[in-house]
Design a protein around this ligand. Structure first.
Ligand code: AP5
Ligand code: ZN
Length: 215
């Protein structure tokens, strides 16, 4: 299964990707996670990416295209992969096409998660992540258990730096300007399926699985 999860910040791409990796035993390739790890480690790429990410803008195409090209060549991508947060511009989509062609691979599906803007702001301001195991929560829609710690490992929960409302609104604007055109891009390629991302997480999951079964 070779899949792209497309959608605005907070649409549930990461949430659904985690479920799909378990179900199909294929890796989740999240450019956001890879970039955040590089920022944390202070690598040259991380240093370059940090200012763009803090402002809610996009990291330059050549940086992310390079990350994904390298990642797709790893052996664990043989069976398939889930791209989460990539591509985000037409140039990235073109570069992905070229990379997949050079590897003799083709996408099976592109799933676009559709969610209203105000719901996205509520989801992102309420999102929390476990420092220990990376598990995602939402203070209202998927709250942690006792004492506000991670149910899986007891780890401390934190809020992402770019999940402040002003930065969130910038990210949403960038999405509308630069990423939304990819919906038509993949519709033209006959790969696009839209899913109502306003539904509860389990219902979204069921709809995605039904689409993948037919793909
Ligand atoms: P990235 O990490 O990709 O962030 P994003 O696209 O803004 O997406 P999010 O992770 O915020 O949202 P999500 O859709 O995964 O939602 P989630 O499942 O967590 O990118 C961060 C930055 O890195 C970018 O701004 C950019 O600077 C840079 N970057 C990354 N990729 C790049 C690229 N390709 N090119 C250039 N720059 C790049 O869900 C959100 C919350 O909602 C959670 O709390 C969850 O519990 C809850 N939730 C999920 N589903 C539901 C539901 N159905 N109902 C109720 N609540 C739900
Ligand atoms: Zn945890």
């Amino acid at each position: 299964m070779k899949l792209i999860l497309l959608g605005p910040p907070g649409a549930g791409k990461g949430t659904q990707a985690k479920m799909l990796t378990e179900r199909f035993d294929i890796p989740q390739i999240s450019t956001g996670d890879i970039l955040r790890a590089a920022v944390k480690e202070g690598t040259p790429m991380g240093v370059k990416a940090k200012a763009f990410m803090d402002a809610g803008g996009l990291v330059p195409d050549e940086v992310v295209v390079g990350i994904v090209r390298e990642r797709l060549q790893k052996p664990d991508c043989e069976k398939g992969f889930i791209l989460d947060g990539f591509p985000r511009t037409e140039a990235q989509a073109d570069a992905l096409k070229a990379t997949l062609a050079s590897l003799g691979k083709e996408l099976d599906a592109v799933i676009s998660l559709e969610v209203d803007t105000e719901a996205l702001v509520e989801r992102l301001t309420g999102r929390r992540t476990c420092r220990g195991c990376g598990k995602g929560y939402h203070i209202k829609f998927d709250p942690p258990g006792e004492a506000g710690r991670c149910d899986a490992c007891g780890g401390e929960l934190f809020q992402r730096e770019d999940d402040q409302e002003t930065t969130i609104r910038n990210r949403l604007q960038v999405y509308h300007q630069q990423t939304m055109p990819l919906i038509d891009y993949y519709r033209r390629d006959g790969l696009l399926s839209a899913v109502d991302g306003m539904l509860p997480m389990d219902a979204v999951r069921e709809r995605i699985l039904a689409i993948l079964q037919a793909a």
